[in-house]
Write a protein that binds this ligand. Structure first.
Ligand code: OKP
Ligand code: ZN
Length: 345
């Protein structure tokens, strides 16, 4: 399978995040992509550097002021104090209900809060460059489908599905799946679907397409009553306006069994089949793996092959976009299992 991979991912390398009140090493690390790259190469899959520039598509997915903030964030942080180069910025204040988000403050941390949904998305010096490489891969993948390729894998990090039009969150900065879907629409696909199989609901992707009938969003995830991102991902979110009926959430309780997960996947596939469409984007989170340190589903290596085979049966051209998966040493095998299951299916 055509696979896009850029070493630029490694420029996003914050050291720690907050977890249960403690500073802990980041779960979302450069090593994750290293394991995926190594396993792809070991299995004989060639890697290609993303060749497209995603900037135009990014302006259709994210707001201009958010892109401007993100592109300059690290320089602004270091400009406050040269010693900040060795520190990580975190937001500490957010414009929740009754507060204004239309006026962009001058204060850096206040702007960071304006453009963040949580304090769990640490920035580093190369965050923009790394995230941009993921978006470039997403557009490159869409172009490949346009040229007749059956499936493409974007093996990029950081992930993207929690990032909304104007905010970062959950380790995500630019919404690569949304960028792939939007690029497909722009190059003539009239109906696109995004299937999100990450353990966590893809709140960013859902919100970006919530009013639109041309991009169906279907997601299987841990029930937001107990699982991140908590404030979106319920079954009663079905779309709005022209987009009514084009959003399907299939939340499952934390601890759900593998058969329960595949039953939900069947329901998702039924909706995707009814949509038809010209192309599918898969937000490929692999944190449904039993060994994942921050998630609570139970898939094993073979189950990822089965997932790939099932998706192949939809008969649609597919862009796979890597999202979560924090059992880093197993991430490569689990990713390759989906890819090769798809190729065999
Ligand atoms: C990203 B993806 C916050 C710790 C919790 C949220 C999990 C983000 C998962 N301090 N972080 O969907 O795999
Ligand atoms: Zn996840």
């Amino acid at each position: 399978m055509v696979t896009f991979f850029s070493d630029r991912h490694a420029l996003h390398a914050p050291a720690f995040e907050f977890f249960r009140g403690e500073r802990v090493p980041c779960f979302e690390t450069p090593a994750r992509a290293g394991f995926v790259r190594d396993r792809l190469l070991a299995r004989g899959h060639a890697l290609r550097e993303p060749e497209a520039d995603s900037l135009q598509v990014l302006t259709q997915v994210h707001t201009a002021r958010y892109l401007r903030f993100l592109a300059g964030a690290w320089d602004h942080w270091v400009a406050l104090d040269p010693e900040n180069a060795g520190r990580q910025p975190f937001p500490s204040v957010w414009p929740v209900r009754t507060l204004r988000s239309d006026v962009e403050p001058d204060n850096f941390v206040a702007r960071l809060g304006l453009y963040s949904m949580d304090n769990g998305s640490p920035l580093s010096a190369g965050t923009w460059t790394a995230a941009k490489a993921g978006a470039d891969a997403a557009v490159s993948a869409a172009r490949c489908l346009g040229a007749g390729e059956r499936a493409v894998f974007c093996a990029a990090r950081p992930p993207g599905h929690h990032a909304g039009a104007d905010f970062m969150g959950g380790y995500c900065f630019l919404n690569n799946a949304a960028v792939a879907a939007q690029a497909l629409v722009q190059q003539g696909c009239e109906r696109v679907a995004v299937l999100d199989v990450d353990y966590h609901h893809g709140n960013g992707t859902q919100s970006i397409f919530y009013d639109r009938p041309d991009v169906l969003f279907v997601s299987l995830h841990g029930d937001p009553r107990t699982e991140y991102p908590f404030y979106l991902g319920h079954a009663d979110e079905t779309g709005r306006g022209a987009g009514e009926g084009f959003n399907l959430n299939l939340p499952l309780p934390a601890g759900s069994t593998v058969p329960a997960w595949f039953d939900a996947l069947e329901a998702a596939c039924a909706r995707l089949a009814r949509h038809g469409g010209d192309a599918l984007v898969v937000s490929l989170g692999l944190d449904t793996f039993a060994g994942d340190p921050i998630s609570a589903f139970a898939l094993q290596g073979d189950d990822f092959s089965r997932l790939g085979r099932r998706l192949a049966r939809l008969g649609l051209p597919v862009v796979f976009v890597l999202e979560g998966g924090y059992a880093a040493a197993e991430l490569g095998l689990n990713a390759v299992n989906v890819i090769e299951g798809f190729e065999q299916g």
